[in-house]
Every structure is written in C-alpha cells, then in structure tokens.
Design a binder for this molecule. Structure first.
Ligand code: GUN
Length: 295
C-alpha cells in the first residue's frame, strides 16, 4: 500500500459534472436556453479525435447543445477563420474550442485570437491570459487543465493554500504559466521550473505542492519529493509496454508514481487524476460563458 493518499480525479470530475448538469437544467428552466459548445477539429490526428469525441460526449451528458465541426487536414486557414467568425456570431454557441495542434499551414495564434474572448472556453486568448495574470480570474475564462488541477489541490488540502511553496515544473502556455498565475493568486510562493533549471531535484524538494507538466515520462523521482508534499501530475505519456503484449503501450505521468507515492502526502494517478478534470472544467467554462452571454 502506498503511503500517499491517491487523489481520485475521476470521482471529483464526476461530482463537478453532476453539479454542472444540475445548473444547466436550472438555466434551461429559467431562460429556456442551453449552454452551447462548438468544438472544431482540423485533420485526423488520432489522439485529437479521441479528445474531441470525449468533449462532445461530456457536453451532451451535461445537457448542453453540442456541435462538432470536423474539417479535412488540407482545409485553408481562411476557411478555418471563416468558421470561427460564424461561431462567434452564432447566438446558440457560447463556447468555442479549436483543438490543437492545427496542421502546419494554419497560424494557430491567428485562429485563437479571432475567437471572441467571451466564448474562449480554452482560456487561450490574450484577453483571458491578461485577465488571469492581472489577478482578475473571476472575469477571465481560465485554461481547463490548470483550473482542474487547482480544484484537485483544494479538495485535497482545503480552500487555503496561502503561504505554501508551490513548484510548477513546465512553462507551457496551456499549463505551466496559467497554473503559476492561479497558485500565485492563492498566495502560494510560486517557482516555475523548466528544462534549463539548475539543480531541479533540489528545487522540487522545496515544494509543498508539485505540479508536473513537462511531458517527460517519469522524470520526477521519488527522492525529489518532500515528505508529505501534494503532487499533481499533469503528464500523459504513452510508453511501450512489451509486457502487455507486442505493440502495446501504457500511460504514465511525468512523475515516477510508485516511488513518489511512498513519500508524498497525496498524489494524482495517471490515468484517473488530472485528465478527467480537464473535460469537467471545460463544462464549467462553457456554463460560465453561457451565463455571462445570456445575462
Ligand atoms: N490540445 C491539447 N490540449 C488541448 C487543450 O487543452 N485545448 C485544445 N484546444 N487543444 C488541446
């Protein structure tokens, strides 16, 4: 038995989705409107297809109006921009999500900047990035994975994270940077570490909260973890698993789970930790966007 509490992201995500389902039903009762989510997929990337299908299914399960736009890999940038423009002006759509990565001939930043910030349920538009960084998260739409990670932290440690040392490993725009902004707003002492950080194990050892988002399988070892720390593993890495049969793979995080679970106070598993929370928070953002736009 590992020493650490295993944080059950699947169960927590289920409770969040149940709450959103109830609130969407109330919105329908009072306004006659359903939150509307449009997901845009360009190309046939198999992982993206799975994500998009799961987002669409989750939205329907919450009672949302859900639309999926699947475009061929060679769709022109102009055609993608025209679709975003149409969705921006569609009164039944309150959330727009363009699945990344986009094919190389399409300028991702141009597409993301065209999405109306009020409908930007990924929280990637510079307006939402700016609001979050300025400490105005209540008027922003916050990226789903960091928002979900914060929910897991609060369900584990309680609502007050003030004064804790938090180390975020990874500096991506999707996870690392917004995660650091959220933790700073919770009055944590925040360090963003990354591939160039010197003495990374020592930096991680100073953390009461570790958020791992580097995309390197099992890079963070058990002896990097301060005893009793809370570990949130955002990594989803597919590694070959010949023991499961030829050509089989298994999912692992950025943290060596078996080692870290012997030292940490609490840790998220992979799969079943942060992953399910990302989609749950997309539902939260879509409902939030709908309420604001319908007000
Ligand atoms: N691709 C990988 N993660 C994400 C995400 O959170 N949002 C979008 N739109 N695409 C992604």
């Amino acid at each position: 038995m590992p020493k650490a509490q295993i944080i059950d992201g699947k169960a927590i995500a289920e409770s969040v989705r149940q709450e959103i389902t109830n609130r969407a039903a109330k919105l329908l009762e009072t306004s006659g409107k359903r939150p509307g989510l449009a997901v845009v997929l360009v190309g046939e990337d198999p992982a993206s297809q799975v994500y998009v299908r799961n987002k669409d299914k989750a939205a329907e399960a919450c009672g949302f109006h859900s639309v999926k736009h699947t475009l061929a890999a060679d769709t022109s940038e102009d055609a993608v921009l025209a679709l975003v423009d149409q969705l921006n002006n569609d009164p039944d759509i309150h959330g727009i999500l363009v699945q990344l990565p986009l094919p190389g001939h399409i300028d991702e930043s141009k597409v993301l900047r065209l999405i109306r910030p009020e409908k930007d349920v990924d929280g990637f538009h510079p307006v939402n990035v700016g609001l979050l960084t300025a400490g105005e998260r209540d008027s922003a739409l916050v990226p789903c994975t960091p928002a979900g990670s914060l929910v897991l932290l609060k369900r584990t440690l309680g609502d007050t994270l003030s004064g804790l040392n938090a180390v975020v490993v990874g500096r991506s725009n999707i996870v690392g940077k917004p995660m650091a902004s959220l933790l700073l707003q919770e009055s944590c002492t925040v360090t963003i570490a990354h591939s160039r950080t010197r003495d990374l194990p020592d930096v991680v050892r100073s953390a009461d909260i570790v958020v791992a988002a580097v995309g390197r399988p099992e890079m963070i070892k058990g002896d990097w973890i301060k005893p009793g720390a809370t570990v949130i593993d955002v990594g989803i890495n597919r590694i070959p698993a010949p023991d499961l049969g030829e050509g089989k793979a298994r999912l692992v995080g950025d943290v060596n789970f078996a080692e870290a679970a012997e030292v940490a106070g609490a840790i998220t598993p992979v799969p079943g930790g942060v992953g399910p929370m990302t989609i749950a928070m997309l539902m939260v953002n879509t409902l939030t966007a709908a309420r604001r736009l319908l007000d």
